[in-house]
Design a binder for this molecule. Sequence first.
Ligand SMILES: [Zn+2]
Length: 387
Amino acid sequence: MLDPTHLPSRNWSWPTAIRFGVGRVADLPGMVRELGGRNPLFVTDAALAKLPVVTRTLEILRAGGIGFGLFTKVQPNPTALSVEAGVAAFRAGGHDMVIAFGGGSALDAAKAVALMLHQDRPIWDFEDIGDNWTRVTVAGHVPVIAVPTTAGTGSELGRSSVITDSVNHRKKIIFHPIMMPEIALLDPELTRDLPPALTASTGMDALCHALECYITPNLHPMADGLALQALRMIRTALPRAFADGQDIAARADMLVASGMACVALQKGLGGVHALSHSLGAIYDLPHGMLNAILLPTVTAFNLPAAAPRLAEIAQVLGLPGADAGSVIDWLADLRRGLGLPSGLAALGVDMARADEIVEMTLADPCAPANPMPLTAKNVRALLQGSL
Ligand SMILES: [Zn+2]
């Protein structure tokens, strides 16, 4: 863990410009200028907009001489309507860049707003399938500064957004390399007031990114390195950040680890995310919570194909037993310790829409990366087993 008595500020330039440091949000006006911005659109969600973390940040912009517009109509699990409204607000205010501020939903919506400003096709034409991304018009792209207030999705360091198609009730991954924010501002101070329940569910999402991508059979040793280090940091930091939100060293580790896990997930995810995308779209449930519930069951199902990789994780983390099974025990213990439900039934999920969920899960772009091949039969069993 980083030394809590000496948390330095650092500038990193991989995979984009990262400005890390406690209190670093004070540099936001300078970052806007650095990217040539004069009139950013500040995109966040309505609930967060009422909290001091936003009012203080807006005050920093004002004090720094930056005029800006405020767009807060981002839903949790944002839809194309959020994105269209954001595009309209950007044009109406004559803005020249985007500040994406908040949790995964706000960051994803804001990145999609920046993408869609100069497109003449509907957003679904850019779903991350095959070479759809080559359809994007790159000219006129406006810069984005991403400022996360949760340590989970890592969207601030990702090249995609998850947007819900509310007509077809599907979560779709919208992808283009220009969706990587120009600057990711990682200030652990901004995550300090995140309530324990959100710390737990978002943190489990980051853990899930690292674990799923480490055990997927695709070849990507760089991603593997990031995933293992992220797991190591999360193992210690997540219980600490949950127990004491003011533990700034734990908050710092979680923020860096969630970003690393997101960079790593270009290797591929797997069955947990395929299922949670379907469940999230149908039941409108929080992504991190779904992942936390699904993770132990899906990981146990993957044992026959992923045991050697899981054993490596156990050894790196120093888990008792140091074998694949000890990872599953750890995940279940961690979930319990974080006060998260152990079954989907607690969230109101049942088998009534199982056919639809199975079909959507098999069609999800994360499904093919799962270590064990997914079939209608075993996805149904996983859903049943996770209730
Ligand atoms: Zn996720």
